[in-house]
Design a protein around this ligand. Structure first.
Ligand SMILES: Nc1ncnc2c1ncn2[C@@H]1O[C@H](COP(=O)(O)OP(=O)(O)OP(=O)(O)O)[C@@H](O)[C@H]1O
Ligand SMILES: [Mg+2]
Length: 190
């Protein structure tokens, strides 16, 4: 079964393909209300309304390498089966927001997976893009903004695999502290 981090990576890859320079990922878990919402917003090229209307259809893609686009439709089908759904809002020239919600404790809902590794891999390999990540569980939260990190640590820091390996461990620890159930990160770098 795909874990959530792979689904989120799919959505972030769409934002990268759309030329985004800032990608914001927010995960909001409400244990009391048994819900989880994941929102990915970007400032990429956006989609025209007529295209947007069918963007979660598995046969819609602007890819030329493969005929079927699956990222959005697969996540939508899965979120729906976990008691939720997926919604896309987009404005040509301004950006796109994908919101996915589902029952947090649904029996078929996969774990988050190694999201700290996924995120740090994205940050490391896409230096031209800034990422903002917010994770909330009840009234606890963790926040990261690469614009702030670049300012604090210097512009080269996020291109250093050793710094990123440390950051990855710190994120994993922080998520553990706010109560995100995760696959334990193996020791070492990437
Ligand atoms: N954030 C976005 N900004 C602009 N267009 C988007 C965005 N997300 C999706 N799209 C458009 O919607 C289409 C469908 O996306 P989807 O992720 O479902 O499939 P895909 O990216 O084409 O293929 P796959 O994800 O299977 O590699 C994309 O080809 C793209 O044209
Ligand atoms: Mg895609």
């Amino acid at each position: 079964m795909e874990d959530l981090s792979l689904h989120i990576l799919d959505i972030v890859e769409n934002s990268l393909m759309a030329g985004a320079r800032l990608i914001e990922v927010a995960m909001e878990e409400d244990p009391a209300g048994d819900s989880m919402t994941i929102t990915v917003s970007d400032d990429g090229q956006g989609m025209a309304p007529e295209f947007l209307a069918q963007a979660t259809d598995p046969f819609v893609t602007t890819r030329t390498t493969r005929r079927v686009g699956l990222g959005l439709s697969l996540f939508k089908a899965n979120a729906t089966s976990w008691g939720g759904g997926l919604e896309v809002k987009s404005q040509p020239g301004a950006g796109t927001t994908v919101r996915v919600w589902f029952q947090r404790g649904h029996l078929d809902r996969p774990p988050l997976g190694d999201w700290p590794r996924t995120l740090c891999g994205l940050i490391l390999t896409r230096q031209e893009v800034d990422f903002r990540y917010l994770h909330r569980v009840g009234d606890q939260e963790f926040e990261l903004d690469t614009r702030e990190l670049r300012e604090e640590l210097g512009p080269e820091a996020l291109a250093d695999p050793q710094v990123m390996a440390l950051l990855r461990q710190q994120i994993a620890q922080a998520l553990d502290q706010i109560g995100v159930a995760q696959v334990p990160a193996p020791p070492g770098g990437f």
